[in-house]
Ligand binder design. Structure first.
Ligand SMILES: [Zn+2]
Length: 392
C-alpha cells in the first residue's frame, strides 16, 4: 500500500524532470529533423549519424516518458543509459498521473508522421517498457520545434528568402555560389572578380622563402555569438589585433565553415575558422585556422555553449571568456595571398593568411555545427596566376 501511494509522486517528478530536460535536447531534436525538409535535401543527413549526448538525453527522456505514458503494466523496471556509462533503474508506477498521460494529446497531429526517425539513436534494448513510442517522440519533437520557432535549416532558408521580398544568397540551390554574381548588382565581384577566395593552395606553385612572423596580440575578451543564417559568428569586444606587413589589424569577429573553404594540395579540412581583422585604413586581413578531427577544442566548446538556436538570435558571452590564443596552433607559419570575402559581396583586396598547421576539433563539435549548417563553404576559385607565399 505504501509503495502504491508513493508511485504517483515518482511519476510526477519524472514528468517534471522530462519537461525541464527538453531545452537540452531541443537543438539536436530540432535540427536533426529530416522529415520536415524535402526528402532529397542535404539537411537530412545528420539524423543518421551516431547519437550525440543531447540525443542520448532525449533517448533517456523517451524511455521515461514512454514508461510513464504506458501506465497499464505495474512495476516495470527500465534502464537509463547515459553516454553508454551511467545506469539507473527506475520502477514505474502501476498507473500514471493524469497530467502525464494527457501530455501527448497536446502535440500537433502532423508530428506523429515522423515518429520513427530517431529510432537508431535510442537505446530500446535497455528499456523493459516500450509502449506508444510514436506519441511520446512526436510530443518531444513538436515541443522542441515550438521552442525554437522553426523546424529545419531548410525552413529557415525558405523563410529568410521570403520575409522581406529580397533575394538572399545561399550555399545550395538556385541562389547558390554559381548564382551569387547575378543576384544583385553589388554582388558583381562574385562573378567577374579575378582575385576571389577561397583558393586551392598548391604547395609546389607557392613562393617559398623567408617571411615575417605573424604577431598575434590576443587577450581574454568577451563577445556575443550570433547565428546569421550562414554561419555561427562571434563578434568580439576587446583589444585583439595582429600586426603584419607594417599594419595593425583589429580582430572584429570570427566564424566557421564546414568543410574548410581553403584547400591545401586539393585537400579540404573538416572545418575552418576565419578570424576577420580590419586596419585603420579599412583594409581587411583574414587569418584562417584549419580544423582537423581530433581532441575537443576548448574555445569552440565555449562558443557552442552559447550557440543561438535561431537565425539572427544573439547570445552574449561572459566577460573574459574568449581567449583567441586557445584557437591558434603552436606553429604559426602561414600561406599568404590576396583574395576576397568568401561570401557576397565577394569584395576583393583582402589579405589572407592561412595557418599551415591545423588545430583540432572533436567529431561531436563538428557534428553539432553541421546539424545547423550541413555545408557552408564556397567552392575554390581560380588562382589566376596570383602570388601565393609559403612563409617559412
Ligand atoms: Zn569565412
Amino acid at each position: 500500500m505504501n509503495s502504491n501511494r508513493l508511485n504517483p509522486l515518482l511519476a510526477t517528478s519524472l514528468a517534471l524532470f522530462l519537461t525541464a530536460g527538453l531545452p537540452l535536447a531541443s537543438m539536436a531534436a530540432d535540427h536533426a529533423a529530416p522529415a520536415e525538409a524535402p526528402a532529397a535535401d542535404a539537411h537530412a543527413a545528420p539524423a543518421k549519424k551516431p547519437a550525440s549526448s543531447a540525443s542520448a538525453a532525449k533517448a533517456m527522456g523517451d524511455q521515461v516518458r514512454e514508461a510513464v505514458e504506458a501506465g497499464g503494466t505495474a512495476n516495470k523496471r527500465i534502464t537509463l543509459v547515459v553516454n553508454g556509462k551511467e545506469k539507473k533503474f527506475i520502477t514505474m508506477p502501476a498507473k500514471p498521473p493524469a497530467a502525464a498521460a494527457e501530455a501527448p494529446a497536446a502535440a500537433p497531429a502532423k508530428a506523429g508522421e515522423h515518429a520513427t526517425e530517431h529510432a537508431p539513436t535510442a537505446a530500446p534494448k535497455h528499456a523493459a517498457v516500450a509502449v506508444n513510442p510514436k506519441a511520446s517522440r512526436a510530443y518531444i519533437r513538436a515541443k522542441a520545434a515550438a521552442m525554437t520557432g522553426h523546424e529545419s535549416p531548410a525552413a529557415v532558408d525558405a523563410a529568410a528568402a521570403h520575409h522581406d521580398g529580397e533575394v538572399h544568397w545561399a550555399y545550395e540551390g538556385a541562389n547558390g555560389p554559381q548564382a551569387w554574381g547575378q543576384l544583385k548588382p553589388e554582388f558583381n565581384a562574385c562573378a567577374i572578380g579575378k582575385r576571389q577566395s577561397p583558393i586551392n593552395i598548391e604547395e609546389s606553385a607557392t613562393l617559398q622563402g623567408p617571411a615575417e612572423p605573424l604577431q598575434f596580440n590576443y587577450m581574454p575578451s568577451s563577445g556575443s555569438v550570433v547565428n546569421n543564417g550562414h554561419t555561427i559568428q562571434v563578434d568580439l569586444y576587446g583589444d585583439n589585433a595582429i600586426t603584419v606587413r607594417g599594419s595593425t589589424y583589429k580582430l572584429l569577429q570570427f566564424h566557421f565553415h564546414t568543410p574548410s573553404e581553403e584547400q591545401i594540395n586539393y585537400r579540404n579540412f573538416a572545418m575552418v575558422a576565419h578570424l576577420v581583422h580590419k586596419n585603420p585604413e579599412g583594409q581587411l586581413a583574414v587569418v584562417a585556422v584549419l580544423l582537423d578531427p581530433g581532441t575537443t577544442n576548448a574555445l569552440i566548446n565555449k562558443v557552442w555553449t552559447y550557440m543561438p538556436l535561431d537565425t539572427n538570435d544573439r547570445v552574449r558571452m561572459p566577460v573574459g571568456i574568449i581567449d583567441m590564443n586557445d584557437l591558434l596552433p603552436k606553429d604559426q607559419r602561414y600561406y599568404q595571398f590576396m583574395g576576397s570575402l568568401t561570401t557576397p559581396p565577394c569584395t576583393e583586396g583582402v589579405l589572407w593568411m592561412v595557418l599551415k598547421q591545423p588545430t583540432t576539433v572533436s567529431k561531436e563539435q563538428i557534428k553539432l555545427f553541421s546539424q545547423l549548417f550541413p555545408r557552408n563553404a564556397r567552392p575554390v576559385q581560380p588562382v589566376n596566376g596570383r602570388a601565393v607565399r609559403d612563409a617559412q
